[in-house]
Design a protein around this ligand. Structure first.
Ligand code: 2NL
Length: 344
């Protein structure tokens, strides 16, 4: 019986040593230490033994059981350790591999010009105001001193949705709405950027959809000199400190008097070149003193309040600034064009 137990022990230890994975090891455990295992079997046959032999065999059987259990535990730890190492090796990340390139886009040149202009005016205490692109006839025309029958209201020139609703043709309705909200009390100091729509055939200088930035200041004692000083500061900040501005008489229904504003050529410094077509001056915006009718319709007392307003086209400014010869480049989204405006 003693020999039988030793043989069992040696067999078990050999199988433990040969166990290549945790499953094989568990099979060894089950077959030697389980309830139906050979050691249990030996112990069952102890009844046939003498009184003196019984405790000896019992002790040996327990010892064999413990040796096998201890070896299994040791082997189990070793196999588990190996498994972890195998997993770590398989999942190693090579931090020296070059990364995949991330393609970073850039703002559209029109967006950049609008933001640059917004920031100049924010720095002078203006607020940015926005409003709907689908407008009523009232805010787009009537409130801006363009009464029914005015030629600018021609069905041929605007995108009408109904008789009374259209795509806004300028950002002025935002200013009319903002004025109305102030309920006859100044000051109002706003800049209004946004998309506008005209029923035009697209070509190098026309687009049925483009952008505008308008500015409006209304308060007591606002004068034409405030307009001129403001636009001079603006022109110097946008085109360089050596720039001058020049006002020429013009006409807009919503301003009286009205002016066109030229800036001295930033390309040749007024000597005359292809950018300024030899004149030394470049037209950049329209402006004027807010027409009393516009103030009154928005609820302002035109005896007490005056204002100035101006409007410009970011497309035109961007075309001048970057030497772009066709407005359609801004809307066709050719990456070869757009990528040129990537900032370092
Ligand atoms: C241009 C000229 C201009 C205005 C826009 C305006 C708005 C209100 C009252 C009075 Cl609410 N005026 N806007 C005034 C003068 C000129 O735009 O050539 N834009 C591209």
């Amino acid at each position: 019986m003693q020999e039988q137990l030793w043989k069992l022990r040696d067999e078990a230890l050999e199988r433990i040593q040969k166990a290549a994975d945790l499953k094989m090891l568990n099979d060894v455990r089950v077959s030697y230490l389980g309830k139906k295992g050979p050691i249990t079997e030996v112990l069952r046959g102890m009844g046939k033994l003498s009184k003196e032999e019984r405790p000896k065999i019992g002790a040996l059987a327990n010892e064999v059981r413990e040796v096998i259990a201890a070896e299994i535990a040791k082997k189990q730890e070793k196999l588990e350790q190996e498994e972890v190492e195998k997993k770590l090796a398989a999942e190693t990340i090579d931090v020296t591999l070059p990364g995949r390139p991330v393609h970073i886009g850039n703002p559209h040149p029109i967006t950049s010009v609008i933001e640059e202009i917004e920031n100049l005016f924010l720095g002078m205490g203006y607020e940015v105001a926005e409003g709907p692109e689908v407008e009523t006839d009232y805010y787009n025309f009537e409130a801006l001193n363009l009464p029914k029958g005015h030629p600018a209201r021609d069905m041929q020139d605007s995108f009408y949705i109904t008789e009374e609703i259209l795509m806004r043709t300028h950002t002025s309705p935002v200013q009319a709405r903002t004025l109305e909200k102030h309920k006859g009390k100044g000051p109002v100091k706003i800049i209004c950027p946004g998309k506008v729509y005209r029923r035009d055939t697209d070509d190098a200088t026309h687009s049925h959809q483009f952008t505008q930035i308008e500015g409006l200041v209304v308060d007591e004692n606002i004068r034409m000199s405030d307009l001129k000083g403001t636009l001079e500061v603006f022109a110097k900040k946008l085109f360089g400190k050596d720039r001058e501005i020049r006002l020429r008489p013009s006409f807009f229904p919503f301003t009286e008097p009205s002016v066109e504003v030229d800036v001295s050529c930033f390309s040749c410094g007024k000597k005359g070149c292809s950018v300024c077509k030899g004149t030394g001056w470049i037209e950049i915006l329209g402006a004027g003193m807010v027409h009393p009718n516009v103030l009154e319709m928005a609820g302002f007392d035109s005896k007490k309040y005056r204002g100035f307003a101006f409007g410009m086209g970011p497309e035109r400014i961007a075309m001048l600034k970057y030497g772009i010869d066709d407005i359609r480049h801004f809307y066709t989204n050719d990456l070869r064009f757009l990528k040129q405006f990537k900032q370092a």
